[in-house]
Every structure is written in C-alpha cells, then in structure tokens.
Design a protein around this ligand. Structure first.
Ligand SMILES: [Zn+2]
Length: 573
C-alpha cells in the first residue's frame, strides 16, 4: 500500500529515458482502483511525481544537446527520447486526463484543482492520436534547424568565430569594420538559407495538418488553445500590433534620427543598428560598453548586485552559483541564444547562454536569472502543474529584472557615464523590441492563416511587415538576405506563436518599474508575491497580484512608453 502513496510512488533512481521503465507506473495510474475518498487527489499527486521525473529527463537531454550540438550521441539520445518516449507519454496523459475529469467524484475536488481541470478539459478536446507522429517529425526538423544555426561560424580577422563572438564588431566605431562583420555574417547565413526555408515549409504544412486533424480551421486557432491562451484573443494581438505602430514607431524614429545625427550619416545601413534590439555603435564615438571580461567576473558582480538589492534575491542568486547549474560562455558547437530550464525533480534551475562580454550579454544573464528566481519562488508548490506558470507571466519575472536592476549597473562600469549609457541603450532596446515582437507575431498570424503561400509571397509579406515596424534603412545590395532574415528568429522554428508573450510581459515589467520609481520595496514585494503563486492563478489574477494591468490598448502603451521616453531624454541630458 505504502508503495503507491506520496513520495514513494516513483523510485528516486528511475531512468525515465526508457519507456519500459515508465510503462508499469503509467499502467498503475490508469488502472488502480479509485474508490476511497482522497484517491483522486493521490492519483493527481502521484502522476505529478512521475511527470517531474520525465520532465527532468527531457530537460537534461535537451541541455546536453544544446551545450554540445556537435555530438551525434547527445543529439541521438534526445531524439530517441522525443520519438520513443514522448509520443507514448502524450497518449498516456490524454488517457489519464480523461480518467480524472470523467471520474464521478471530480466535482468534489477542492477549488485548488479548478485551473488544472480547466487545462485538462481543454487538452482532451484538442488531443488527436494521429497528431503524435506529426509532432515527432516537427521536433526532428526543429533539431536540424538548431544544429544548422549552432554550426554557423565565420572567419574574421583571421580567426574562426561564433556569431555571439561576432556581435562585438557590430558595435565597433569603425563603420567599415561593422560593414565587413555584418556582411560576413549575412553571407554565412545565406549559405544555409535554402535548407532553412525547406525546413520551415515542411513545418508549416505539418502544423496546418495538426490543426485540421484537431478540428480547427487554422493553426492559429489551434495554438491559442494548445498554449492555454484563455485570457486574450487573436483580436487582442492585432490591437497590440496597432498600438505598437502608433506609439512605439514614432519613438523609434526619433532614436534613429539622433543616431544618424550622432554618427554623422545621412541614412542608416543594416550594420548601423541591430533591427531587433536597437544596439549598435555609440553615437558619440565612445568605445563599446564592456561590462565584464570573463564569465566569472560577471557572476561575481551579479552576486554583489543582487545582494545589495535584497537579501532575498542575493540569496537566490548565490544558490544558483552554488548549485553549479550554469553554462554561460560562448563556444563553437553550442546552440545560440539563452534559456532557463527548471529541473522539476531536483527543483533546480539551469541557465544556458552565450556570454561574450557585451552589455547585451549582461542583460540576457539578468533576464535568465529572473526566470530562475521565478522558479525558486514557486518551487515550494507541490504539484508540477501548480508550478507551471504561464509564459506571459514568466517573462514578467525575467524582463522586469532587467529594468529593476538598472540602478545597480554602475557595478559593471568604472565611470557613471558608462552606466548611464548602458541604461539608455537598454531602454532604447525596449523601444526596439516591441516593434520586433509585433513583427514576429504578425508574420506568424499571416503564415498560418495562409499555409499554402509561396516563398515569394512569404518574402513579400515579411518585407512589408518590416517596412511597417522597422527602422528606415537602406538595404541596397542585401535585399536577398533581408527577404529571409526572419530565419534568425529561432522561435519561428522551435516554438511557434511564442513571441507575443514578450510583449504582454514587457508591458507588465514597465509597470513594475513604475512601481519601483515610487516605492522600491513595494516593487520587490509585488514581484515576490506574484511569482510565488506559480500557476495557481489565472493570468489576469497574476497580473493583479503584482498590482499590474493586463492590456493591449493604445492608452496603456502611451502611458508606459511615455515614461520610457522621458527617462531616455533625462539620461541623454
Ligand atoms: Zn525569457
């Protein structure tokens, strides 16, 4: 009897990468008698334990692969798990969901389970067995796209360099060096653009089929359900795009106007400003910002910083360092980008990134630390589902950390001026990122509303979206690259529709920042309180818990971006 209860249901050393080890446990969950009071709750608790093991196994395989994309063995183990274990698990999970929601005493479950049951009912409705092999194929394609990107290096100044290492040349004050770096990288991307387009074509057709199989007209509608977007609609996203266009673009244009004047150029070229984050050379000709030389130095200063902000955040950051689950430096064969992956069984956050000494790297690290704090704040919640916070709110945890830590950035700079410049650059990044979010999101809305499109049509639509949301820039000689420049955004391949979340979250983060300006302690308290709730409240309730409003309208944008604008002019003074 005891073996079926609580902690003991899953042996601690279970190897969850093999289905034969999982199968008896899944059978128990699907077949055990449920006639006692509390039996249903035990079932939910035991299935959560199993899910923790499985999640952690998947996480470790993914981490292993992204840290070493050149290892065929690691890729093989991950793909083996994805193609042999996950499909069986998703079938099992559907059966278990049905068992729970159809049980006669389901209505007697305490309120605590309401959100979980809503999710289960939703997932049952959209589950189709025939979509499982399509999901496997999808992961294979995504993994291939990731290896292609991870393998991209260039020879520059006589050295082989990764793309993150190349970023520093794009901040060079020597325009011809910037141009050479940018052109070399664009050229390297063009070598693989054909295969990446083929992969994307196949992904679109698989995804459309998945939606049709599940009874939806489009993949967009399917994904709104699959991603549990219960609290906002397709129309809200379109309103978001409009608000970005009317509120952010004028500020972006003004930043670019100052940039042209500062650099003494009459028009911007692609190597003068990063389209996504707005970074580039200093407009007063100062040396690029270099907040740290080595990863060790970055970590040490971050520890100082978080400890000064609060004992709570400092303690949490130091725990991350002690647990030694950070892979932060850039090297060949490492997948691009950064992420935080929570190891559900050990309840330990893992952080991955490619640090090369740039201000942007510091921001990425602070961002991922915010995700890790979120995981630690809600790590006490018992069930995996209760800790599985919505992505929109996860990004509030990370993006607000970028803003809330700003007053302490002088730790990374010898003079005050550089620290102020770093803050200004980051705020300009906020102004640039919102239009990039609108770009990626509206591109995806178009892609999946028109799954039969040709590559020419896709290029045309991408360019028109970029014209609407991008910088006024001269692309002469590089239009072929610009047409496929969406390929740089890995989310389009790996996590479709995951992007508007950053926008929703940025609006939340800016509000927390506003709170901080009036009452720093309240901002930290609101943060801690809301993050501790994990996934036990709806998205609007989580926003409310942090004293934030969830909104997409122009008025909301105007008040928040107005604040950014006035801070920017203060920092420039
Ligand atoms: Zn994030």
């Amino acid at each position: 009897m005891r073996a079926k209860m609580g902690n003991d249901f899953v042996p601690d050393d279970l190897d969850a990468s093999k289905w034969e080890n999982l199968e008896p446990l899944t059978r128990d969950l699907l077949e055990r008698k449920l006639s006692c009071s509390g039996c249903l709750e035990n079932l939910i608790s035991d299935s959560s334990k199993l899910a923790e093991h499985v999640s952690e196994t998947g996480a470790l395989l993914y981490i292993g692969m992204t840290c070493d994309t050149e290892s065929e063995e690691k890729k093989g183990s991950f793909l083996e798990f994805v193609s042999n274990v996950r499909p069986r698990l998703s079938e099992f999970s559907d059966s278990l969901n049905r068992r729970i929601v159809n049980h006669p005493s389901v209505d007697d479950l305490p309120e605590r389970y309401d959100l979980m049951l809503r999710g289960m009912r939703n997932d049952i409705e959209i589950f189709r067995k025939e979509n499982i092999p399509l999901g496997v194929r999808q992961t294979e394609l995504v993994t291939e796209a990731q290896s292609i990107n991870g393998a991209m290096t260039v020879d520059f100044h006589g050295e082989e360099m990764t793309f993150p290492q190349m970023s520093k040349f794009l901040e060079s004050n020597d325009r011809s060096e910037r141009q050479a770096a940018w052109t070399t990288m664009a050229g390297r991307r063009m070598e693989d653009n054909e295969r990446l387009s083929e992969i994307f074509d196949e992904l679109i057709s698989i995804r459309h089929q998945i939606a049709l199989n599940a009874g939806f007209e489009s993949y967009t509608q399917y994904m709104f359900r699959a991603m549990h977007r219960f609290d906002y609609t397709i129309e809200d996203c379109l309103e978001f795009h409009d608000s970005v266009e009317s509120v952010c673009i004028p500020i972006l244009n003004e930043i670019n106007m100052n940039r042209r004047a500062g650099l003494g150029i009459s028009e911007l070229r692609p190597w003068d400003v990063n389209e996504k984050g707005g970074s580039g050379p200093d407009i007063h000709g100062k040396d690029p910002l270099r907040p740290f030389d080595t990863v060790e130095e970055m970590v040490e200063k971050l520890s100082d910083m978080f400890n000064e902000i609060s004992e709570d955040l400092g303690g949490k950051f130091d725990r991350l360092v002690e647990m030694d689950t950070l892979d932060l430096d850039t090297r060949k064969g490492k997948a691009p980008g950064g992420y935080q992956y929570y190891l559900e069984k050990s309840r330990v956050p893992f952080i991955f990134m490619n640090a090369a000494g740039l201000q942007g790297d510091l921001e990425t690290m602070i961002h991922e630390a915010g995700h890790a704090f979120h995981s630690l704040y809600c790590g006490h919640l018992e069930l995996i589902d209760e800790r599985d916070y919505p992505i929109e709110f996860a990004e509030v945890a990370s993006m607000s950390m970028e803003l809330l830590t700003q007053p302490w950035w002088d730790k990374f700079y010898e003079n005050e001026e550089d620290a102020l410049r770093a803050r200004r650059t980051h705020l300009e990044g906020v102004v640039f990122l919102l239009p990039w979010i609108a770009t990626i999101d509206s591109f995806q809305h178009w892609i999946y509303a028109n799954p039969g499109h040709s590559r020419e049509e896709r290029a045309e639509v991408w360019l028109s979206i970029r014209d609407k949301f991008g910088s006024d820039m001269n692309w002469t000689g590089h239009t072929d690259f610009r047409e496929v420049s969406w390929q740089q955004q890995g989310h389009l391949f790996g996590v479709p529709f995951y992007y508007i979340e950053y926008g929703i979250a940025q609006l939340g983060s800016l509000q927390l920042w506003k709170t901080q300006m009036g009452d720093p302690q309240k901002a930290l308290d609101d943060y801690a309180k809301a993050m501790s709730l994990g996934n036990t409240k709806t998205l609007p309730e989580l926003f409310e818990a942090a004293d934030l409003r969830l909104g997409f309208d122009e008025g909301h944008f105007l008040s928040l971006l107005g604040m950014v604008e006035s801070e920017l002019s203060e920092l420039a003074a």
